[in-house]
Ligand binder design. Structure first.
Ligand SMILES: [Zn+2]
Ligand SMILES: [Zn+2]
Length: 249
């Protein structure tokens, strides 16, 4: 299924033919390469899979008896499972930053391909895959500033690779402050009731197992709020599919 990986995105800002005319280089090592991330760098940095909490994807000891981390057992997040490719640390953070703030859009299908591989790996270990995908929406202002939604850029090729349909299921009611700029205790208030399922999406959400796609999971507050919202609207199960996971507290 990975043969269907496409090396360019379908973003209107980045015509499909453009990357083929430009000399491209690997975002990590700078070597000239057809892809935005060269195969040796991918091999070196993204093949290791530490054992992770099935619910929030925080690394846990390989000897742990529980399949969930202590935080998930204690606080019971609204989402049921999380798939990630890597910790949000060097060099995975460079890919996230280059996509989000450097507009290196050709990275998105590569990140999607690595996510599809991580999902297939977790499915082999018993993870149920969702039946419908959605991308974490940006607020209007943020979308205008950036010109694209990085989560949607990852979600489109991922939907094709996993052969799971992608639907906009959520509306962001306001431009929340970036969670990373806030102290922990303010994050929940910042994100609370920030999302809603619009009328036209309600039928898709009811009874569905939804995969929520994002670039980074930090404290999990945003994804928890989204899962809680989807479940308020009748979703049966929510699985986060996120490229990188912050592991420091
Ligand atoms: Zn490289
Ligand atoms: Zn956990």
């Amino acid at each position: 299924m990975f043969a269907r990986l496409q090396s360019v995105t379908r973003s209107p800002l980045w015509p499909r033919w453009l990357p083929q005319l430009l000399p491209s280089s690997c975002v990590l090592c700078g070597q000239t390469d057809r892809n935005a991330l060269c195969q040796p760098c991918r091999q070196q940095h993204f093949t290791l899979r530490p054992r992770r909490c099935v619910q929030c994807a925080m690394p846990i000891p390989t000897t742990a008896k529980e399949i969930r981390c202590g935080d998930c057992l204690k606080y019971k997040p609204a989402f049921d499972a999380t798939v990630v490719v890597a910790d949000y640390a060097a060099p995975a953070d460079q890919l996230v930053l280059a996509l989000k703030f450097g507009a290196r859009l050709p990275l998105a299908p590569l990140m999607a391909d690595m996510l599809a591989q991580a999902a297939a790996h977790d499915a082999d270990l018993g993870l149920k895959l969702p039946t419908l995908l959605t991308a974490v929406p940006l607020g209007k202002l943020r979308l205008q500033e950036r010109g694209f939604n990085q989560s949607l850029e990852i979600a489109r090729p991922l939907s094709r690779l996993l052969n799971i349909p992608l639907q906009p299921l959520l509306v962001r009611l306001r431009d929340t402050q970036a969670q990373s700029t806030l102290p922990n205790e303010e994050r929940r208030r910042n994100i609370s009731r920030a999302f809603v399922v619009p009328t036209h999406a309600m039928n898709y959400v009811r009874g569905a197992h939804i995969g929520v796609i994002d670039d980074v999971i930090t404290t999990g507050e945003t994804l928890n709020e989204i899962a809680a919202t989807l479940k308020r609207f009748g979703a049966r199960r929510v699985t986060n599919i996120v490229f990188a996971r912050t592991v420091s507290k």
